[in-house]
Design a protein around this ligand. Structure first.
Ligand SMILES: [Fe+2]
Length: 294
């Protein structure tokens, strides 16, 4: 692939020794809205883990099998206790390899990161039915209805572990600021007391900041606009089996079109930990609205 959306790194181990210049270049590419693409970095399953490559392990309630936050309780899977313990160990190994990789590649982030979740996605993405808001086959930037970030970045690491050689197919859209310029004028303002009410009703786990409100508005309005989905600048990217990629998913417009069996790690990064905080969606939206948003 030769698209300018990707910053390709030929690493094949999770703990590479990199120069400070290479680390800075990777960080800058990521913050500029590019995807760090590591075609030769494979998350290898152990022999006894191969059997987890089946959609049968999903409980059918949620699209992903998850370990969340500090609690690390396995959700979304069904099976015997011994099997699920082995599956959790596989996911924890992925999580710790991601931490190792970020320490090697993006070390300045380490003191500013919080682990949000680790997921294993055993279900085929193509043809999944859902409401437009939940339809991740539509271009969107990530925003969480119940989990406000307060401006913190959403850093995600993906690895395609499909056993049949099937790529993970994404569409990737235009730069965040271009999308925001189009959709911000259509964003609904939060009404007075809305954040307090949502918190009181436990719709949100923390108070929803003005930033989180706007990010949800952008997420929903972009997904709802069929014309934009069809005509907006975009590129298809196929992530092959055995590849890993890293992306700020709150910044990069993405849509998952097809693929099955992917590992995914989500970390939250404080804006103050960035090399170029002015590139964050928080600062972009603050410049556009002329307001402090978080
Ligand atoms: Fe997403």
């Amino acid at each position: 692939m030769s698209t300018s959306l990707l910053e390709e790194l030929k690493l094949d181990i999770w703990n590479p020794a990199l120069t400070a210049a290479a680390q800075a270049a990777a960080t800058d590419a990521l913050e500029a809205g590019r995807i760090l693409y590591l075609p030769r970095l494979e998350f290898a399953l152990l022999p006894h883990e191969q059997r987890f490559l089946s959609a049968e392990w999903s409980d059918g309630q949620t699209k992903n099998i998850n370990l969340r936050g500090g609690e690390r309780k396995l959700r979304g899977a069904r099976g015997g206790a011994d099997d699920l313990a082995l599956m959790q160990a596989m996911m924890e190994r992925f999580s710790s390899q991601c931490a190792t990789l970020i320490g090697a590649l993006l070390p300045r982030y380490v003191p500013h990161l919080t682990l949000a979740s680790t997921s294993f996605r055993p279900c085929e993405v193509a043809g999944r039915k859902s409401s437009y808001r939940k339809d991740d086959a539509r271009l969107h930037t990530d925003a969480f209805p119940s989990n406000p970030t307060g401006g913190a970045r959403v850093l995600r690491v993906f690895a395609n572990i499909n056993p049949q050689g099937k790529p993970r197919a994404w569409r990737v859209g235009e730069p965040f600021a271009d999308m925001a310029a189009r959709f911000l004028p259509r964003a609904r303002r939060a009404w007075p007391g809305e954040a307090r009410l949502l918190r009181a009703l436990r719709v949100t786990k923390r108070s929803r900041s003005a930033y989180d409100h706007l990010m949800l508005q952008l997420h929903d309005r972009v997904k709802a606009d069929a014309g934009y989905q069809r005509q907006a600048p975009q590129e298809r990217i196929d992530f092959p089996v055995g590849s890993t990629w890293i992306v700020f998913s709150d910044q990069v417009l993405h849509a998952a079109m097809s693929g099955q069996f992917v590992m995914e790690e989500t970390l939250m990064l404080a804006v103050s930990g960035m090399r170029a905080p002015e590139t964050s969606p928080l600062r972009v939206l603050e410049r556009m609205t002329g307001q402090r948003l978080a």
